[in-house]
Design a protein around this ligand. Sequence first.
Ligand SMILES: [Zn+2]
Length: 399
Amino acid sequence: MIAHVSQWVLPVSGPPIRDGAVVVKGDRIAAVGPAAEVLTGFTGLICEHGEGAILPGVVNCHVHLEFSALAGRVPPQERWEDWLEATLAAYGALSPGEIEAGIAQAIEALRQNGAVLVGEVTNTGASWPFLTAGPLAYHLFYECLGFDLLSTFDLPERFPWFGRPEVAGTAWISAAAHAPYSVSAALFRAVAAWNGARSGLQTVHLAESQAEIDFLARGKGFFEGLLQRRGRWVPDFPPPGVSPPAYLDRLEFLGPRTLTVHGTQLTAADCRLLAATQTWLVLCPRANRYTGAGTPPVPDLLKAGVNLALGTDSLAGNWDLNLFGEMLWLHENFPAWPGDLWLRLGTLNGALALRRAQEFGSLTPGKQAALGFIPLKGGQDFWGELFTAGAAGKWRWLG
Ligand SMILES: [Zn+2]
């Protein structure tokens, strides 16, 4: 048994504890509380960490590890459409060796910066062997695209990867729909059916760009051209004429096991729909800034009571995969909300979204001992200092 003692313990499941302690037994948390109480009669090893905070490992609900080799190759953009075109071109120029090296480096960087669990979106399955080798816990979303798949089908018929026995039998794998502008109604239904027979978890990029809003409203614009150039256009496509969340609600794709991602273009009514269906929204606010997508309507989302978690998206569209950067960005841009909210989004809410809260997301007895320490100097803005230090790579794993 080891007791980790520090000036602050942030359980996330409860308020911060000054002069706190976390007792670890094997790979589990045994006790959490004020050091004076927890250490009474304690006979194990005591590790004093001093000024700073002990906190749970973070949960990054949305990454694309396979784009990691694009780090620094796609500069930040003013227009999201320009970012997408640049990313598609740059990705096509990567070799398999570069992609694999990028995946390995990104997993290492995620771990160093406190990530314990990730929601990984793959287009090829290439990241899966790297994730199974550890050290991160993961949920793998294999992303399907197919705007021109119009007839009803079972997912493995069109995406044979799902028919492999080792895939179909793994609890941590789901099918994902890329986005409403790249996935047909039939493909949305096939994805939901495959997931429904398993964990039910699924994910989809949603309301990321104004081009997506325009396309669903009128069936015209940037995506018409893009789909034509990629040979996926459906000439008599009937635009649904509603917002992206309303369209997915019509397709019965929303719900408490669906993680929508980005939401930068959501209206207040859209936020209420996500809340009413208990759909998760994964915010990636620095990525939205990087790609030119805009800023998610955080006040409307919080007011509506939407289930929120955090992700970084990929190194094609963000400066790094350090989730403390997203927390810091939210703290600085929405200072009216308490800082502990952003830590909760990046830890416990992420674990809840990925259905792993029995193991991760808070310092709670019985959960995995996935905790770290961030040194602090005791400034005025506790949360700002915590997120700044985390974003600067000051995380240190304990145990
Ligand atoms: Zn993404």
